[in-house]
Design a protein around this ligand. Structure first.
Ligand SMILES: Nc1nc2c(c(=O)[nH]1)N[C@H]1C(S)=C(S)[C@@H](COP(=O)(O)OP(=O)(O)OC[C@H]3O[C@@H](n4cnc5c(=O)[nH]c(N)nc54)[C@H](O)[C@@H]3O)O[C@H]1N2
Ligand SMILES: Nc1nc2c(c(=O)[nH]1)N[C@H]1C(S)=C(S)[C@@H](COP(=O)(O)OP(=O)(O)OC[C@H]3O[C@@H](n4cnc5c(=O)[nH]c(N)nc54)[C@H](O)[C@@H]3O)O[C@H]1N2
Ligand code: SF4
Ligand SMILES: [Mo]
Length: 767
């Protein structure tokens, strides 16, 4: 174990010892009976059989609650027999666990002792049940009343020299109502310091799509996937991270569509799917999902797409009708310049860079040439690179040249992560300034929000590290473990005067804290709140807003809902001296929805329209309306090739999710689809690279990244031979976040480069 922090003797990184690893071949199919068994195992263990089964039937149903896990949309007619997947069930079990921790627990264990536990162990302790405070110089959290907690925060906020010394972080599980109030409070307090998890997630998508198509969201609806002729799934592992997307891909195939996967790994969920909602899936051989897998090297999507475009352009020249010239003419600018630019690249060079066999590229070109209804789906494999924005723009080029935008069964599909991360942004969780949003606050709510841009995640880390950020408040999430450069982020948080976590479960951000720290426990999505209009609304990955109402009894009588506690904090801070009537907002959420309708773009009559299947927010791309863009046209762009200049002994590492985690929450120690059991400290490596580097299977290594004078090291990983392109490595996040330098991030979106980290491997002394 390394790097014990001196201030409170906190072990920042947690233990790096090994468990009893077991390895099998990767699973040939996703879901099936094993998926059901795994879901039930987790649910029954945490919640008990009856409670689990009855609650699951309310998940993703019209009168029930939205799955707290990913942002994949629900079908318009959810099956009454159950509309959830294995990982949705795990998320519910994790939230609705019967285990709880309160004052007695924290009296027994100091934060120093707790920091010696793994993230898996911390999460499994159970739900937080009452507000707790870690006072300056102490090592035990103690109970604190809600009133005292709000006063403590309000006093600290009043004592700041400038409102910009406070940082208001949001994770994407908050409801629209909570997120709107939180953003409103930050602005009323006087800052736009509203970093959020999307800064580390789909920010590159937002930037790329806004620049090219005029809206930072995707354009497809769920039903579009069913009728697409080709769906490209790039840089995404839906079998684990958006499991019900596999049903949509299955439907597309049944309707005659083709699936192309572009990924360094042959992810199981993309290969074969046994749909547990169908007899065929339970008893038969399942559905082969991917028709064509392109094993691109890490961060070499641009050369691959350029090569495909180059070949399509040549065909278009020869045969015509490959590109949609009418669409290009009427709706886009930049096509000519792009086609000219493509001529400057050698096909041979592009092929070498992307690492995909020529014959596979040709098959892709053949498939795409005759098709017009094309969808590109993507997630973190495209966004978390230095050139994340450019990479996404290159895929958009393909769609625009094919005219596959703004018509049925076609378009962009950035698959969002957290269940309401898209809604949070729509209602105002953003560090930048949207002038029209601010104007509407001024008109309808009677105060003027600050006009200077605030801090994003990277900016917040730096500000705290430099002593300029003094109060850190988090509406959910686990900033320490989610952000890059764990040791740096820990130092940053520890320099704060006060850190506040609004949370459901214990995580490392409760242990690596400012001088004073607060835990404010809150409701989970599945829990029922008492009172009028106490339901919330959320927006899924495809822009549909619907209501969500919990059904379970809350984990404790001492919880406050997120809207309630934000309203109380604001009321304590302003003491009634503010145009917004904060006091009553936390009791009746319909009042918050009225405000959202007035201030956030596209929201209208949410109170009634969010019922049932809900309603879609406006989306200009669906209307082929590019009038807000310069020249009133969609932009076809020229994007450079990535530059990595790897040294002979350097590898490119991507940090990925296992099947048993939700971001920094570790549900279990297995990664069933990749055949890894009971261990997370492993590095996936090409067998030929292992031979060349004299490494044996299960040999213990350290990973070093050297971007600047400092060498960052992730200790103790076991090497696992795996089907991954040469020169590439994969390992799990968050254990590898220590390797990502805080000051290396995507151009323009500033998303940390978590999927392309240059590392060296060295044998650990103990091996
Ligand atoms: N069960 C579960 N569900 C989740 C989450 C979770 O942790 N657990 N997290 C949620 C969140 S917040 C998010 S953002 C999403 C994340 O969903 P994903 O983006 O699917 O998650 P990752 O594990 O980061 O997987 C990235 C995929 O991209 C591939 N990849 C990496 N680099 C490249 C590249 O350069 N090019 C290409 N083409 N592919 C590449 C990897 O091999 C991997 O398959 O999932 C959400 N859903
Ligand atoms: N190296 C590397 N780093 C990454 C990534 C990567 O792929 N590689 N992915 C990035 C991505 S895509 C994301 S989105 C971020 C995630 O960053 P975060 O959103 O900050 O992290 P999570 O792990 O999702 O947060 C989990 C915690 O949220 C709290 N929580 C859960 N449910 C609720 C709720 O209903 N209300 C409240 N108030 N709290 C709740 C619990 O206390 C839990 O411990 O991580 C990023 N970091
Ligand atoms: S696909 Fe995502 S939202 Fe749907 S049930 Fe599974 S985890 Fe929940
Ligand atoms: Mo995410």
């Amino acid at each position: 174990m390394k790097e014990i922090n001196s201030k409170r003797n906190i072990c920042v990184r947690g233990p790096d010892s090994f468990s009893n690893i077991q390895i099998t071949d990767p699973k040939p199919y996703a879901a099936g009976k094993e998926g059901i068994a795994a879901a039930m195992k987790h649910s029954f263990k945490e919640m008990g059989v009856f409670r689990a089964m009855s609650t699951l039937l309310h998940m993703n149903q019209k009168d029930g609650f939205d799955c707290p896990s990913c942002a994949w949309p629900d079908p318009e007619k959810p099956s009454r027999l159950g509309e959830y997947c294995e990982n949705g069930a795990k998320a519910l079990a994790d939230e609705a666990t019967n285990s709880t921790i309160g004052a007695e627990f924290f009296a027994r264990y100091s934060v120093e002792e707790l920091s010696l536990k793994t993230d898996y162990e911390l999460n499994s302790l159970g739900r937080l049940t009452e507000p707790m405070v870690l006072r300056q110089g102490r090592i035990h959290y103690e109970p604190i009343s809600w009133e005292e907690a709000f006063t403590l925060i309000a006093d600290n906020l009043h004592n700041l020299e400038s409102p910009d010394e406070a940082i208001f972080y949001t994770s994407g599980r908050s409801s629209n109502e909570a997120a709107f109030l939180y953003g409103l409070f930050a602005r009323a307090f006087g800052t736009n310091n509203l970093p959020d998890c999307s800064n580390m997630c789909h920010e590159s998508s937002g930037v790329a799509l806004s620049e090219t198509l005029g809206i930072g969201k995707g354009s497809v609806k769920l039903e579009d996937l069913y009728g697409a002729e080709v769906i490209i799934v790039a840089g995404q592992n839906p079998g684990t991270n958006h499991p019900r997307m596999l049903s949509a891909l299955e439907k597309c195939k049944e309707n005659g569509g083709y699936i192309i996967s572009i990924n360094p790994l042959e992810e199981t969920g993309l290969m074969n799917f046994k749909n547990p909602q169908r007899l065929k899936g339970l008893l038969g051989s399942g559905e082969q999902i991917t028709d064509l897998h392109l094993p691109v090297k890490i961060n070499q999507d641009i050369p691959l797409i350029k090569l495909i475009l180059k070949k399509l352009a040549a065909l278009d020249e020869l045969e015509g009708n490959i590109f949609d010239t009418d669409f290009i003419e009427e709706y886009t600018i930049g096509a000519e310049a792009l086609l000219k630019d493509l001529e400057s690249y050698s096909a041979k060079e592009l092929l070498k860079l992307c690492g995909v066999p020529m014959q596979k590229v040709d098959t892709a070109v053949k498939l795409l040439a005759g098709k017009q209804k094309i969808i590109v789906c993507w997630a973190m494999g495209l966004t978390q690179h230095k050139n994340g924005v450019e990479t996404i723009r290159e895929y958009v080029n393909l769609l625009l040249l094919k005219g596959a935008i703004g018509k049925p069964f076609s378009g962009t599909c950035p698959v969002r992560g957290h269940s309401n991360v898209q809604g949070d942004r729509s209602v105002g969780i953003m560090h930048y300034v949207d002038k029209s949003f601010n104007k509407r606050i001024e008109t309808h709510l009677g105060f003027t929000p600050p006009s200077e841009a605030g801090l994003d995640v990277v900016g917040a880390m730096q500000a705290m590290h430099e002593g300029k950020g003094k109060i850190f408040i988090a509406l959910g999430g686990n900033f320490l473990m989610a952000a890059s450069d764990t040791d740096y982020t820990a130092e940053a948080l520890q320099k704060c005067e006060l850190t506040v976590q609004v949370s459901t479960k214990l995580n490392r951000s409760h242990l690596v804290t400012g001088k004073t720290a607060l835990i404010l426990p809150t409701y989970g999505r599945s829990e029922k709140e008492q009172g009028n209009n106490r339901f919330v609304t959320v927006e899924n990955s495809m822009g549909r807003v619907r209501r969500s109402k919990g059904v379970l009894k809350a984990a404790s009588d001492h919880l406050k809902s997120e809207p309630e506690l934000i309203a109380s904090l604001a009321d304590t801070y302003f003491k009634g001296d503010h145009p917004v009537d904060w006091k009553h907002l936390g009791t009746d959420y319909s009042k918050i929805r009225e405000m959202i309708d007035k201030v956030a773009k596209g929201f209208e009559n949410t109170e009634s329209r969010a019922n049932g299947v809900g309603y879609y927010l406006p989306n200009n791309v669906r209307e082929r309306d590019f009038s807000k863009l310069p020249d009133g046209k969609a932009r076809i762009t020229i994007n450079k090739l990535p530059e990595h200049t790897l040294k002979a002994d350097e590898f490119m590492l991507m940090t990925i999710r296992s099947h048993d985690q939700f971001n920094t929450t570790i549900y279990g120690m297995d990664d069933r689809y990749r055949g890894v059991y009971n261990e997370r400290r492993i590095v996936f490596m090409n067998p030929d690279d292992m031979v060349e580097n004299g490494l044996r299977k299960m040999e213990i290594v350290n990973l070093n990244s050297t971007y600047d004078a400092k060498t960052r090291t992730a200790y103790n990983f076991k090497v696992l031979p795996y089907k991954i392109p040469r020169g590439n490595l994969a390992a799990y996040f968050p254990e590898t976040n220590v390797l990502v330098p805080y000051n290396h991030f995507a151009d323009r979106s500033r998303t940390p480069i978590s999927k392309s980290i240059k590392v060296r491997i060295c044998k650990a002394q103990s091996s």
